[in-house]
Write a protein that binds this ligand. Sequence first.
Ligand SMILES: Cc1cc2nc3c(=O)[nH]c(=O)nc-3n(C[C@H](O)[C@H](O)[C@H](O)COP(=O)(O)OP(=O)(O)OC[C@H]3O[C@@H](n4cnc5c(N)ncnc54)[C@H](O)[C@@H]3O)c2cc1C
Ligand SMILES: C=Cc1c2[nH]c(c1C)Cc1[nH]c(c(CCC(=O)O)c1C)Cc1[nH]c(c(C)c1CCC(=O)O)Cc1[nH]c(c(C)c1C=C)C2
Length: 476
Amino acid sequence: MTTVAVLGGGIGGLAASYYLCKSPQVTKVIVLESSSRFGGWLWSTRRSDGAVFEHGPRGIRPAGAVGHNTLNMVDDLGLGGDILPVPYSHVASKNRYVYMNRRLHRMPSGLSGLLRTVPPFSRPLLLSVAMEMLVKKGVEEDESVHSFVSRRLGKELADIAVDSLCRGVFAGDCRKLSVRSCFPVLYDAEQRRGSLTLGMLLGSGPSPAVSPGPLAQRSVTESWAQWSLSRGVESLPESIAEFLQRSGRVELHREAAVQQISPSASGWTISLEDGVVSADHIISALPAKALVSILPPSCQPLIQLLQDIATVTVAVVNLEYEGSILPVSGFGHLLPSSEDQALLGVVYDSVPFPQHDRTNGRTTRLTVMMGGAWFHEVFGSPDTVTEERLLARATEAVHCHLGVPTAPSWSRVSLQRDCIPQYYPGHFRRVESMRSFIRENNLSLSLIGSSYDGVSVNDVIFNGRTAVEQLLGTGV
Ligand SMILES: Cc1cc2nc3c(=O)[nH]c(=O)nc-3n(C[C@H](O)[C@H](O)[C@H](O)COP(=O)(O)OP(=O)(O)OC[C@H]3O[C@@H](n4cnc5c(N)ncnc54)[C@H](O)[C@@H]3O)c2cc1C
Ligand SMILES: C=Cc1c2[nH]c(c1C)Cc1[nH]c(c(CCC(=O)O)c1C)Cc1[nH]c(c(C)c1CCC(=O)O)Cc1[nH]c(c(C)c1C=C)C2
């Protein structure tokens, strides 16, 4: 293997390049990123007074093989000293709210939360959990998250808890999202154990083996629920880019939009605005839609499958208020779609990460997230909606949900277009068919990034690693 071109410099493309760099089999890596910065959705604003605001992900989960894998990389990059851990015992881990019927409800947790009737639910959750073990295994090879949870745990849990959860992870509609692709652990628990409850108690299946390094071990000993970095999560792609630069084997190109790729005798020819690049193999870390527009006509069947992967747009509104303004403490609150389609949720950023607050004078940082699967219905086209309208809607929500009458002292509206892929039922089959097409046509192409096998930062990094291992036929 000589030259590998990595298309897209988001966290997926950078992670794949990092793993390629670890192998002596690869002589050259070329990273092509269309925008003027690396990191994609990992995007932090750092103000000169010490405040940090996230416009994409803000907390990363340390648990499981994929969580350990990311922490091993963080350690290797020398970022361990910058980590901001949030343990399970922290109020931000214990308290998550749902805003429903015009008030905040703390989501039940622990045994007492399961035993009692906790509004907005009309019966103890333990009843639903116990009855779940008696429900027969489904026969469909995939179904919507809402249909799966209604069938196993009842409609109320699906309408409130799962509807909100899907908005708080995928900004999506649980009636349209695939249970098999969005929540594989739930799907596997039913398949292997016949029940979610038994799956949780007995384990739902094998998970990939990743040996935890010192930082991952620390996350276990100290029971971390999530973590960030002292200068914001964008420090992670920045550190990877620095590592790649230092390696001497990686060419990093910004403002290098790939316009077309065509198979050649020895691999691929990649056309940019101002020239061409040759590579033996391509790792595409582009969103599915972007890959569609650069593939040659000979890849029509692949193009058709990629076109079926929809995305949603999210308006992310960062707000800073003077003083301590929150009536409750916790991670934040979500709204089920029945309460308000436009408003997905509000993150109370100052609670898990007070280190990102301005250094002098008490402030409260919040992030309001809006739109998602309902964006067009509520706000119309992202091309015409104004920042003023989005800001007004966000501050009105803070007033109405949290009783904050004052205006924010600082705000920033980011319209994150097509930022979260939506895995609809049958997504796993479509991805399987894409990879079969690539294999059968001997295309030297790997597909990674959030469009295919998981949207979390951990999933995207881990899948970058897996693609490199498959390409090189060895562990990295
Ligand atoms: C608002 C928001 C909140 C989130 N919160 C969390 C969270 O709390 N925890 C979590 O784990 N995950 C979270 N995520 C998800 C996670 O951030 C993303 O799934 C992940 O960053 C996607 O990475 P990627 O590399 O696959 O894609 P991207 O970040 O989209 O990277 C793709 C790159 O390709 C480039 N590109 C596009 N077209 C071309 C072209 N023709 N040529 C060259 N380059 C091109 C783009 O500019 C981009 O840099 C969140 C996402 C969003 C949007
Ligand atoms: C209100 C909208 C959103 C909030 N976060 C996201 C959206 C669309 C995006 C997002 N959040 C998480 C992930 C990664 C999932 C993973 O597998 O790690 C993504 C893409 C993390 C997350 N956020 C919430 C949950 C339950 C999770 C899963 C992991 C975990 O349990 O920590 C809930 C949640 N998200 C938001 C709020 C306000 C909220 C709950 C109060 C914002």
